[in-house]
Write a protein that binds this ligand. Structure first.
Ligand SMILES: [Fe+2]
Length: 254
């Protein structure tokens, strides 16, 4: 569908979390992404405990270098970039320095929360805290949290607070459930999807083949907005540029 996508969310770096387990799996996930039309793949291991952050950072540096080197040797037409997916809870208030853990060490920071226990108030406080450091929070897969599934209008309020959104490529295709599909499709068509990510964990169910997911999207999905999210918007992360989202509609009726 698109041949120059940027996938801002994957667990394709081996041995870091519950994603890829072996170096070969990482290589195959990169080749799969390339085949699917992804030109840039962010490797974003989970960062769950802050007391492990420095060690994770060092290990990630070494592994990304090794992976990038082998991709080059093999002539792969894909670039890998560094990031983390940061699990936010109240511990985040003890952290004062986030730059090494952002996407491509830019102002953009990819965050997630407990799927069931998180709520709009807590998420707003964590995002405000991150914004106070000049960072721009990107909420990973908003369509999957209980509090969003219960009341999707919170997406509008969070957006009004300067937060951006990355949906999972599989969500509009129904990979995570019917309500998740409704919300992600509604967000897409009303301009509330800033980025798309595979959130790939393995070569099977949740992989780096974004094209295969897009082939299953309903026909009413706005292709122009889809291309913005998959191809154009991520450039602001790569260039560490400011970005003002264009929201078109209310999503209260999702
Ligand atoms: Fe993830």
């Amino acid at each position: 569908m698109f041949d120059d996508m940027v996938d801002i969310h994957s667990h394709a770096l081996w041995g870091m979390d519950d994603g890829a387990r072996y170096f070969e799996e990482s290589m195959d996930l990169c080749f799969m992404a390339e085949e699917s039309g992804t030109k840039t793949l962010f490797l974003t291991p989970h960062l769950i405990y802050w007391n492990q952050a420095e060690t994770l950072y060092d290990v990630r540096e070494e592994k990304v270098e090794e992976l990038a080197g082998m991709l080059e040797v093999n002539g792969a037409d894909i670039e890998v970039k560094k990031g983390f997916e940061i699990l936010c809870d109240d511990d985040i208030f003890n952290v004062k320095y986030f730059k090494p853990y952002t996407l491509n060490e830019s102002r953009y920071i990819l965050i997630e929360f407990d799927f069931f226990k998180s709520n709009e108030n807590d998420v707003t406080s964590w995002c405000n805290y991150l914004s106070s450091f000049g960072l721009v929070p990107i909420i990973a897969h908003p369509e999957r949290y209980r509090f969003v599934l219960d009341d999707a209008t919170c997406i509008e309020r969070l957006s009004g607070n300067g937060v951006l959104f990355q949906i999972n490529a599989g969500s509009p295709a129904g990979m995570f459930g019917r309500r998740e599909a409704e919300i992600s499709c509604g967000m897409l068509n009303s301009g509330y999807v800033d980025f798309i990510g595979s959130d790939a964990h393995d070569l099977f169910s949740r992989n780096t083949d974004i094209y295969a997911c897009m082939e299953m999207y309903p026909e009413f999905i706005d292709e122009v907005l889809l291309k913005k999210a998959a191809v154009f918007n991520p450039k602001v992360i790569l260039n560490d540029e400011p970005y003002s989202p264009e929201r078109f509609d209310y999503i209260s009726n999702i």
